[in-house]
Design a protein around this ligand. Structure first.
Ligand SMILES: [Zn+2]
Length: 355
């Protein structure tokens, strides 16, 4: 009688970095020397409130989540979707998701057992995903104003990307944390217009994201295709954008980036670390611009500097969500224990056990 081990439990001494990913670094952020950059003085961080957006009236009842039977089996070698959004506005078109569709995306992800994490959490080995949940990463490129709009006197527009995310989080406080990653265009002109389009709110917005537990990453200074420029320019783009963001949110360490257009430098090492003038930089991960679902961080095929993403449109999001409904054993399902990697038994080992 063949005996099949249902699961192979791989125990490792500790995850790559262990514990929670460090969103707020320690207070070691002594001011770094800045060359060529002049930073404007911004008024102290105001507190932002949140409008309810177009969902405010009337509120339709939230569909009851459907528990699916496949939640029972953990598979921490399965795929993970990293979703790529750009603008959140009407009408729906390429690089622009409508607010209504973005809300519907969150609702469907929630109903199907997904759980949001930051991009860097994936690279850190998904330490905080509850048992039975399927991690998903929501990313935004280009720091467009529609991703984070603030109305005077400090109300977040409920139809902007952050407004929708926060309202969805408040509706599901325990099982939909406020997690998303914003790949932001740095700025060397000191007007900060490239960072969500409202210079007077730039500090308040970035602080708000970090305080809520979301992630800020770099998208270079000038949206430069790093595959077409010199080493010096690459180093400038990566060093200055990181420096600008970290100077706006003191104590925060930018760890990830998304190279525009998915353009890889002629030397891949340039994404990891380098220096420009007095500035040095280091990134732990890079999000690609395409490529479908990502391998698990525990899959040998996982490369933190080439993490594939799915550009969100109705067509492609529906395609992949349907695919993983029909092939649930291919998706990452957490065992809830950050010190253990649980995965189904590989066929070769199952065969050995049956002897
Ligand atoms: Zn971009």
């Amino acid at each position: 009688m063949p005996i099949r081990l249902p699961f192979l439990l791989l125990t490792i001494a500790g995850l790559l970095l262990g514990g929670c990913s460090t969103l707020l670094s320690g207070p070691d952020a002594s001011p770094k020397p800045v060359r060529r950059l002049v930073f404007v003085t911004v008024t102290p961080t105001p507190t932002l409130a949140l409008s309810e957006g177009s969902r405010a009236a009337p509120v339709s009842p939230i569909p009851t989540p459907v528990p699916a039977p496949y939640f029972a089996a953990a598979n921490e070698l399965g795929k993970v979707m990293v979703l790529q959004y750009h603008r959140i506005a009407y009408p729906e078109q390429r690089f622009q998701r409508s607010p209504a569709n973005f809300r519907a995306d969150l609702q469907r992800l929630y109903n199907e057992g997904y759980y949001p994490v930051n991009f860097i959490d994936l690279v850190d080995g998904l330490p905080n995903v509850p048992a039975g949940k399927r991690p998903v990463v929501i990313t935004f490129d280009d720091s467009d104003i529609s991703q984070f709009t603030v109305r005077d006197p400090g109300i977040i527009d409920g139809d902007s990307g952050v407004g929708i995310l926060m309202n969805f989080h408040y509706e599901h406080p325990t099982d939909w944390p406020a997690r998303a990653t914003f790949f932001i265009l740095g700025n060397d002109t000191n007007d900060y217009r490239s960072i969500f389009g409202q210079p007077k709110w730039v500090k308040a917005k970035l602080h708000f994201l970090v305080e809520q537990g979301m992630e800020i990453g770099s998208h270079t200074v000038n949206h430069t295709d790093l595959s077409t420029v010199t080493a010096e320019r690459i180093h400038w783009e990566l060093a200055v954008s990181k420096q600008v963001l970290e100077s706006l949110v003191s104590g925060y360490t930018v760890r990830s980036l998304a190279a525009p257009y998915g353009g890889f430098p002629f030397k891949a090492d340039f994404l990891q670390s380098g220096e420009w003038g007095d500035l040095t930089y280091r990134y732990d991960a890079n999000a690609a611009a395409w490529g479908g679902p990502s391998p698990s961080p525990f899959d040998p095929a996982f490369d933190p500097y080439r993490v594939p993403r799915i550009e969100v449109s109705s067509l492609w999001l529906d395609y992949w969500l349907t695919y993983f409904q029909q092939n649930p054993d291919e998706y990452y399902i957490s065992d809830g224990d950050p010190n253990r990697i649980t995965a189904p038994t590989p066929p070769a080992i199952a065969a050995e056990q049956s002897d």
